[in-house]
Design a protein around this ligand. Structure first.
Ligand SMILES: [Ca+2]
Ligand SMILES: [Ca+2]
Length: 163
């Protein structure tokens, strides 16, 4: 009876060790929050007032983690003329999976093509890592198009008529 009990206990011990060894990599994987944009590209109308950009946190959802959000001016849209540049510190509280950042879009009267700026995530805090979508593009769709083309074509027609 005693021998049987010992064997059973030993077998249970082995099972528990095996389970712990199998679980360890999972525990390690889930120890980091992954922060990234919800999409690689966003689009906004020039007169929309602002573009709302969603930043997601996945993997470990319970830790309090942070990252910095910033607009990057090295594209065709000009900060101060086409949009307002911002840098903001995002903090995900325990259980928080989504943050919306609103970037103001400036409505100018110029007739122009679509203009682009980039938004980036950087400096993830302790317990966080940036995901694959750590940057995204925002395309501002102009709302003044047509006028210049219309005048241009009228002008062209007039010139052709005169010659
Ligand atoms: Ca513009
Ligand atoms: Ca415009």
């Amino acid at each position: 009876m005693r021998i049987l009990l010992d064997r059973t206990l030993r077998r249970w011990g082995q099972c528990i060790w095996t389970a712990l060894l199998l679980l360890l990599p999972c525990v390690h994987l889930h120890a980091t929050s992954v922060i990234q944009f919800s999409a690689e590209a966003y689009e906004v109308a020039e007169d929309a007032g602002a573009v709302e950009i969603s930043v997601q946190r996945t993997n470990d959802l319970m830790a309090v983690v942070s990252a910095e959000f910033a607009t990057d001016e090295h594209y065709s849209a000009t900060p101060g003329a086409d949009y307002t540049a911002i840098v903001t510190h995002l903090v995900f509280l325990a259980g928080e999976t989504n943050k919306i950042v609103s970037v103001p879009i400036l409505n100018d009267a110029e007739v122009e093509g679509p203009e682009v700026f980039q938004v980036v995530l950087r400096q993830p805090g302790a317990g966080a890592a940036l995901g694959r979508r750590s940057s995204a593009t925002v395309t501002i769709i102009d709302n003044d198009r047509g006028l210049r083309l219309e005048f241009g074509s009228v002008h062209e027609d007039e010139c052709r008529g005169q010659s």
